[in-house]
Write a new protein. Structure first.
Length: 440
């Protein structure tokens, strides 16, 4: 799950004050944008480290306790910390220097990973300590993601946002694809090794935040003023801003429902293959194929979003994803074909994500970006976490096909709604083409 030297230090070093509002820059191609490439590389290392430890941590808990419930408790604590921290972190990122928040949160995560490394090396695990570390890691992740959320539109020109989001999707798929096998290999070599790698990756991204030259904000004079705006009001201001914007309301609802359905799909994919006799190694290979399809989809996304209007992308992808899940139901007894169905669905979602993300960040003022995006993330994650449990109950009672059919039907209904929604028709225009008074 994105996104010390302060901006005041930046002013002193460069001998000048920043303007109170960042002017859009028309820069060279992304590969020549120093700050973008630095940030992309740092976050790639961080995502890889997180993917490595995501596999290694439950393995570590299982190795010491032999309890799947204990491993699940640790994962739940991390998720609770992330969810609990999202709204306060969004307020902090719109009030206080984001550079400090980014580097500080990353260093807290590095310290947590280093503590896990020490526990693994010592050969003694105290479960309350590990759950507390997971909770702290989740809270720090919320702060980091909130502070990182406005960053891309500050370091990238407006006309390059789609390309930047596409490459971020590719980065995340690549980290996910490489992280799991690398985590398993490192854990086999030494139980502490995955956590050392994760700690170093957090140090790398903290250093990246310090080295960025672009002012990260919030800019001097931007609202909210911490001396005048109550924190309680700021906690809900992101949701209030979303409620006033028709497109943002639709984007929040769309992201919440799709995250819930895809959380169920990922879980049911494993259950369906297992019900049809696939071995664990076959299931692992099938998941790798599906993830690889997602990575391949990102390679075509930049070309697609440059040439196809956003509304057409949303409408076409909505039906393709529903069809892909339907194919998964029909082909669950053939693991490789089922993996391709899931992979095609994942690949098609990437351009849709880019279209929505680009429109959201271009319609939200920088001073509100962190609060709005953390509110949307909270809604998306809040809907997603019960999905595996609900799907598991249905699969136990009726088999995996029944919840998969229900999900495919739900996606088809959402596709129909997309044809009727005015918010989707707004995507036919390039971001920024509309009157700012009607944006949102």
């Amino acid at each position: 799950m994105l996104i010390v030297a302060s901006d005041r230090v930046y002013d002193v070093v460069h001998g000048q004050r920043r303007p109170t509002a960042r002017q859009p820059r028309k820069s060279a191609p992304l590969w020549r944008n120093r700050d973008y490439n630095l940030w992309w590389s740092g976050t790639a290392l961080s995502r890889l480290g997180s993917s490595i430890s995501a596999l290694a941590l439950p393995l570590l808990v299982l190795a010491f306790t032999g309890s799947a419930a204990a491993a699940g408790l640790v994962g739940t604590c991390a998720a609770v910390g992330l969810l609990a921290g999202l709204l306060p972190a969004g307020v902090a990122a719109d009030r206080y220097p984001r550079r400090r928040l980014l580097a500080g949160a990353a260093l807290v995560q590095a310290a947590g990973a280093a503590a896990l490394c020490s526990i693994a090396a010592a050969g003694r695990l105290w479960l309350p300590l590990v759950t507390a570390l997971a909770l702290i890691q989740g809270l720090a992740s919320a702060v980091f993601n909130a502070a990182a959320s406005p960053l891309v539109k500050r370091i990238v020109a407006a006309e390059q946002l789609k390309a930047a989001f596409t490459r971020a999707e590719a980065r995340d798929y690549g980290a996910q694809l490489a992280g799991a096998p690398l985590g398993g290999l490192l854990f086999t070599l030494a139980r502490w090794a995955p956590f050392l790698a994760d700690a170093l990756s957090f140090v790398a991204v903290a250093l990246t935040a310090v080295l960025l030259r672009t002012p990260l904000g919030p800019d001097t004079g931007e609202p909210p003023d911490p001396a005048r705006t109550p924190i309680r009001r700021d906690l809900m201001s992101g949701l209030s801003h979303i409620r006033r914007g028709p497109f943002l309301r639709y984007a929040l609802l769309w992201s919440a429902l799709t995250n819930m359905l895809f959380a169920g799909i990922g879980f049911l994919f494993v259950v369906a293959l297992r019900e049809n006799g696939a071995s664990p190694s076959t299931i692992g290979a099938a998941e790798a194929i599906a993830t690889g399809c997602g990575l391949a989809g990102t390679l075509a996304t930049e070309w697609v979003v440059r040439r196809v209007p956003g509304d057409r992308i949303v409408l076409a992808v909505s039906w393709m994803v529903a069809a892909g899940v339907g194919g998964l139901v029909l082909l669950a007894d053939r693991p490789w074909l089922a993996a391709l169905c899931l992979g095609v669905s994942i690949a098609f979602v990437t351009p849709l994500n880019v279209v929505f993300a680009t429109r959201v960040v271009t319609t939200v003022p920088d001073a509100m970006t962190a609060r709005v995006l953390t509110s949307m993330n909270l809604a998306a994650m809040g809907f997603a976490w019960p999905a595996p449990l609900l799907c598991g109950v249905l699969a136990d009672a009726y088999g995996a096909d029944v919840p998969l059919i229900a999900i495919a039907a739900g996606l088809a209904v959402m596709a129909v709604v997309n044809h009727l929604a005015p918010a989707v028709r707004q995507l036919a225009a390039e971001p920024g083409a509309r009157n700012p008074a009607t944006a949102g």
